[in-house]
Ligand binder design. Structure first.
Ligand SMILES: Cc1cc2nc3c(=O)[nH]c(=O)nc-3n(C[C@H](O)[C@H](O)[C@H](O)COP(=O)(O)OP(=O)(O)OC[C@H]3O[C@@H](n4cnc5c(N)ncnc54)[C@H](O)[C@@H]3O)c2cc1C
Length: 396
């Protein structure tokens, strides 16, 4: 029987990981199955563009995986039992249990509501494609009149507010945040950001704590209301609850606790990457939930899976977060470089040049993910026998 590898999720971490494994492991030895709720690879980094009204290219996973030997199961993962090594999935036809020998968990993240009342019922978000699509339909209903309040002064809030304001200039867009908008940026980058907000007519409410959302708008600081026809919730990402309920060791925020090589610390046949993994970067701090981190962690996770299964030494992939590339609508952007401690440097690329960098990043990441095996084959390694593998994992 072939060694069964299941990859949960086909986002930036999962799709590329599956391709890498198909390229490096011998198909006579392994059977690779990807489980994805969505039949397409979803470019999450462009979902604010979708919400603002742009069309995104469809990238069907069947086409991406064609000729690779990777089996695709379009289904929703509802549970994982890490002790019994089973995954429960459901699709239009019913519920099924899949067994694995090796699992790579890359289910990503969703919008974090932080327990604020009314968010689920009244706010929109851009954390996944259906949500971004719903926001787009609501904005279409508004036409060119109405108020939009974006909650969150970090990357996603900034990208959503600027994209909506630029694409729909008739709307009155505001951003509310408990801290400072783009507070982590260096001085030059932050000044550029504030100028962009000014140019796009986005009102800013800083040091403003949102304690409720309803049909009238956003309730702040225990009393006043910022009126809004549409509230966009962009106050961070949260993990899916599946890992925490699976028996895997997880962090307080539900991310899977992994070692430097992306193995679960409680179940070494389980690996995690992307937003789902609590990975510590080379600077000793947790990597932020980001596409950049997903690329770093999935490179390490796949190298480790290949090493563990073939008995080869696993090399350490760099876990170094380079910085944030933030779009400010379609014609402006910022690339804030960070130092080894993830602190913003005073220098940042701004305007047209940063827009080009951002476009190149989006294109490259999507090309890499969309061509997961770079057109097989590479040097596909044979697996070591089970007992040798087990002994190696214990020794590591
Ligand atoms: C609007 C927006 C803009 C962003 N901009 C940037 C940026 O500029 N730079 C940056 O670095 N990061 C950015 N991010 C963050 C980045 O997109 C995420 O950190 C990244 O997608 C994480 O990759 P991942 O593979 O872990 O998860 P994802 O890309 O989310 O992939 C998760 C996969 O799991 C699947 N899945 C989820 N739940 C289930 C389930 N129950 N059953 C089956 N399948 C499931 C999904 O369909 C998907 O295929 C942005 C995010 C958003 C929403």
């Amino acid at each position: 029987m072939r060694h069964r590898i299941i990859v949960l999720g086909a986002g930036y971490a999962g799709a590329a990981s599956a391709g890498h494994l198909a390229r490096r492991l011998h198909p006579d030895d392994v059977e690779i199955t990807v489980v994805s709720a969505d039949p397409d690879f979803v470019e999450r980094m462009r979902l604010h563009q979708l919400a603002a009204g742009q069309e995104l290219r469809r990238l069907p996973l069947t086409r991406m995986f064609a000729g690779t030997g990777i089996r695709l199961r379009v289904a929703r993962v509802t549970a994982l039992d890490a002790d019994r090594r089973t995954v429960t999935v459901t699709d239009g036809k019913g519920t099924d249990q899949l067994e694995y020998d090796t699992l790579l968990y890359t289910l990503g993240s969703t919008s974090a509501d932080h327990g604020v009342p009314g968010v689920d019922e009244h706010a929109f978000n851009v954390a996944d494609r259906p949500s971004a699509q719903r926001l787009r339909e609501r904005l279409d209903e508004l036409g060119d009149r109405g108020r939009v309040t974006v909650v969150g002064g970090n990357l996603t809030g900034i990208e959503a507010a600027t994209e909506i304001a630029e694409s729909r200039p008739g709307l009155r867009v505001a951003l509310a945040t408990s801290g400072e908008v783009g507070g982590w940026l260096g001085d030059k980058a932050r000044r550029h950001l504030l100028r962009a907000f000014d140019r796009l007519g986005i009102a800013i409410h800083q040091q403003t704590t949102v304690d409720g959302v309803d049909a009238a708008g956003v309730h702040v600081d225990g009393g006043s209301v910022l009126p809004a026809d549409v509230t966009v919730w962009a106050a961070g990402f949260a993990t899916h609850p599946i890992a925490a309920a699976s028996g895997l060791e997880v962090e307080e925020n539900g991310q899977i606790t992994v070692d430097r090589m992306m193995r679960s610390v409680s179940h070494p046949e389980v690996y995690a990457a992307g937003d789902s993994a609590h990975a510590i970067g080379d600077n000793g701090a947790p990597l932020p939930m980001s596409c950049a981190s997903a690329n770093l962690t999935r490179a390490q996770a796949t190298a480790t899976v290949v090493g563990d299964l073939t008995g080869r030494e696993v090399s350490k992939a760099p876990l170094f977060y380079p910085g944030n590339c933030v779009s400010l609508g379609g014609k402006d952007a910022l690339f804030q470089v960070v130092d080894g401690e993830a602190r913003s440097k005073s220098w940042a690329l701004r305007g047209w040049a940063a827009t080009r960098v951002k476009a190149a990043v989006l294109r490259t990441v999507t090309w890499n993910t969309g061509n997961p095996t770079y057109g097989l084959p590479s040097r596909r390694r044979r697996l070591t026998p089970g007992p040798v593998r087990a002994a190696k994992a214990v020794a590591d």
